[in-house]
Write a protein that binds this ligand. Structure first.
Ligand code: AMP
Length: 282
């Protein structure tokens, strides 16, 4: 596995692979890799001849006062995880490599991006769509892998690929969790010992919601009320949002008729964590 920092080097390597008739998978990440990322890399390397992992803390998807500076970084550890999971190349550019001084073109989606995390983090998905488009153009993969952990992001990327006729297959991968159920996240490192224990309320609430869906409950209000009650019983937790939305449009739904996503963002202390389940996976 090699680590490169320039767009030119990625293009040269990918061209070499293409000339040899090899298929290419891309796993975009912000680094500080864990088993969630590793599962995406493994899925890619089992379906493609070569896998590129991008490790880039994308400044334009962070809002003012968010954790851009403090976001954890450890490229050495990342390279061990990526290599073990089957990556062939890590693309780890500096922000200046991705955004020239005169950078002024953005990919901006309406609709889907104005719900859930888009409401609490204005501009976030504009940054995500822009960087993912750039990564797609740099790597030109056959397939790209995204976690269901970021369910809205997955829906947004699928929609962008459809809207802009991008010839790349988008593959959604299951959420990988800690033993107690907490969804793995680079941001879990922000939690104190006490907060880490409290953070289990997210997955407890998710499991309760899943059980209701499994038992045939279709009323989103009933499901959400039960889930909310579980989170509110934890003094360190503060709900940002908890909603049932249509899986394609991300618009709120009162009853589950089409595939839906039950999604939440919850502050544990100062750390904002997200979790969700797809009703079809319940
Ligand atoms: P991030 O580095 O947090 O931007 O995540 C990069 C990719 O890994 C995204 O597609 C995430 O959805 C995915 N991912 C992050 N955590 C998990 C997890 N616990 N399980 C599955 N995928 C994940």
């Amino acid at each position: 596995m090699i680590i490169v920092k320039t767009i030119k080097e990625v293009r040269e390597k990918v061209k070499e692979w293409r000339d040899a008739g090899l298929s290419v998978g891309l796993v975009p990440t912000m680094g500080y890799l864990h088993e969630g990322h590793a599962s995406l890399i493994k899925t890619s390397s089992s379906a493609n001849d070569r896998t590129v992992v991008s490790v880039f803390v994308n400044p334009i998807q962070f809002g003012p006062g968010e954790d851009l500076e403090s976001y954890p970084r450890d490229i050495e550890h990342d390279s061990e995880i990526a290599q073990t999971a089957g990556a062939d190349l890590i693309f780890n550019p500096e922000p200046e490599e991705m955004y020239l001084d005169n950078f002024s073109t953005f990919v901006d989606m309406t609709g889907l991006t104005e719900e859930l995390c888009g409401l609490s983090r204005p501009g976030h998905f504009r940054g995500v769509c822009t960087v993912v488009t750039k990564l797609f153009n740099i790597v030109k993969p056959d397939r790209a892998y995204f976690g269901k952990k970021d369910a809205q992001q997955l829906a947004v990327i699928r929609h962008m690929v459809q809207d802009l006729n991008v010839d790349i297959e988008v593959v959604g991968c299951p959420i990988v969790r800690e033993e107690d159920g907490l969804a793995k996240s680079s941001r879990n490192t922000y939690l104190s010992h006490e907060e880490r224990k409290a953070a289990v309320v997210l997955s407890k609430s998710i499991n309760a919601g899943k059980e209701l869906v499994k038992s045939g409950e279709k009323d989103a209000g009933i499901i959400l009320a039960k889930m909310q009650e579980i989170i509110e019983a934890e003094p360190l937790a503060k709900i940002d949002y908890i909603k049932m939305v249509d899986a394609d449009t991300i618009k709120q739904t009162k009853t589950i008729e089409a595939p839906a996503i039950c999604a939440m963002a919850v502050y544990i202390g100062k750390t904002r964590l997200i979790d969700n389940f797809f009703t079809e996976d319940a």
